[in-house]
Design a protein around this ligand. Structure first.
Ligand SMILES: *Cc1c(COP(=O)(O)O)cnc(C)c1O
Length: 385
């Protein structure tokens, strides 16, 4: 089990996120080392997983690009030091001022999700007298073995351009003076642990590229999105995800053309395991049939269990060797879904203990809300203590 610097951690008011930057660096070094084994592989960090400034800076320093899904994410990426030529920008509803921000800063590419959006990008680029680089996000109708709320690559989902419209939209873009078509983009979902799902995407990419080449269209960039999952059940056994197998799956299955770049947009797998939500046991309450461990963090700080039925390991770090007892671990919010775990075996806890909710570095702090007029949780690294 991971050990935590309990003396230090108890100096700050809970709840807050605690980020292990050593693990982050180890994860980033692994990504860079593994990607380097493959020709033309470029990795971008999906900012939406965690946009904490200190974390973004560290990722930028390690040379990754940034994958953004809003104008403010593009701003955050630029401020953190990601060079514009390594920023890609996706999203189904980019507004004019967001598109202009991308054009004015000369970002690498808009991942364009509809003909309607393409027309607007052309108009705005013309207004600025510039050329905007565009890749088309194609909906590959490839499922993923993950939670329905985080599946994005099925025809029923709102994302991307239908496969049957691919040629039409590329042809249209070629006639647009302020658009440069530079590639295809895909993203099938998140928390994917079965490499066969990525293989299915790779095979679909092959099929679509063959189709385009028959019409004389070559594609400089293939962006396969993100989605690699992490081990929520045993974070200490797998602190760094298996990036080697992930990249290998694409190399083994996708027919990369001469000189073609392959882009990845990894979010959860970069930052998920480095973060824990640190909270305090406020009361241990006896219910009719069970005991509740009531903590001061709630679904406003970490919404994943309520939103996705997500599992997070929970550790009583004040009493790591204590006898195990079974609790429902719940928060203070006035919602029955404000539950971190049901019937969960954890070292016996009492009022005042520090509790770590593990694997919370991705889609944690960034999804926090102020419901019930709560404060937003802070995000600390070792340097803050
Ligand atoms: C969310 C998202 C990602 C990152 O997904 P992870 O599962 O966190 O790796 C990548 N690309 C796009 C377009 C996304 O929306």
């Amino acid at each position: 089990m991971a050990t935590f610097p309990i003396q230090k951690l108890s100096q700050k008011e809970t709840p807050y996120y605690y980020y292990d930057t050593c693990l982050l660096d180890e994860t980033l070094d692994t990504i860079n080392a593994e990607a380097k084994k493959h020709e033309g592989y470029c990795v971008h960090y999906a900012v939406k997983a965690n946009a904490n400034k200190k974390i973004l800076k560290r990722i930028a320093q390690k040379g990754l690009g940034a994958d953004c899904v809003s104008g403010n994410e593009v701003k955050a990426a630029l401020e953190a030091g990601f060079p514009p030529e390594k920023i890609v920008y996706a999203g189904v509803a980019k507004k004019d001022n967001e598109i202009l921000l991308g054009i004015d800063n000369g970002i690498f590419c808009f991942n364009c999700e509809s003909v309607e959006e393409l027309i607007v990008i052309q108009q705005l680029a013309a207004q600025r007298g510039k050329k905007a680089r565009v890749a088309f996000r194609i909906n590959p109708n490839v499922g993923a073995h993950t939670h329905a709320n985080i599946t994005t690559g099925l025809a029923e989902n709102k994302f991307g351009i239908p496969m049957e419209d691919m040629e039409k939209v590329i042809m249209l873009s070629r006639d647009m003076p302020n658009i440069e078509f530079i590639g295809l983009h895909f993203h099938i979902g998140s928390q994917i642990l079965e490499m066969d799902d990525f293989k299915a995407l790779a095979l679909r990419v092959n099929e679509l590229q063959d189709r385009l080449e028959k019409q004389g269209i070559t594609v400089q960039n293939i962006n396969v999105g993100g989605g690699l999952g992490i081990d929520y059940n045993d974070p200490d056994a797998h602190p760094v995800p298996d990036f080697a197998s992930y990249f290998e799956t694409y190399t083994a299955n996708m027919k990369q053309r001469e000189g073609q770049k392959v882009h990845f947009e990894l979010g959860r797998s970069v930052v998920g395991q480095m973060g824990s939500l640190i909270t305090t046991t406020i009361y241990v309450k006896k219910g009719t049939h069970k005991e509740f461990c009531i903590v001061d963090a709630g679904m406003t700080d970490l919404i994943r269990p309520a939103l996705y039925d997500a599992h997070h390991e929970i550790q009583n770090i004040s009493n790591p060797e204590g006898v195990k007892k079974v609790y429902d671990v719940v928060g203070p919010i006035c919602e029955s879904s404000d539950v971190f775990a049901k019937a969960y075996a954890m070292s016996e806890t009492k009022r005042g203990d520090l509790i770590a909710i593990r694997s919370a570095g991705a889609y944690g702090e960034i999804m926090a809300s102020q419901y019930n007029c709560r404060n937003l949780p802070a995000g600390y690294t070792e340097e803050d203590f």
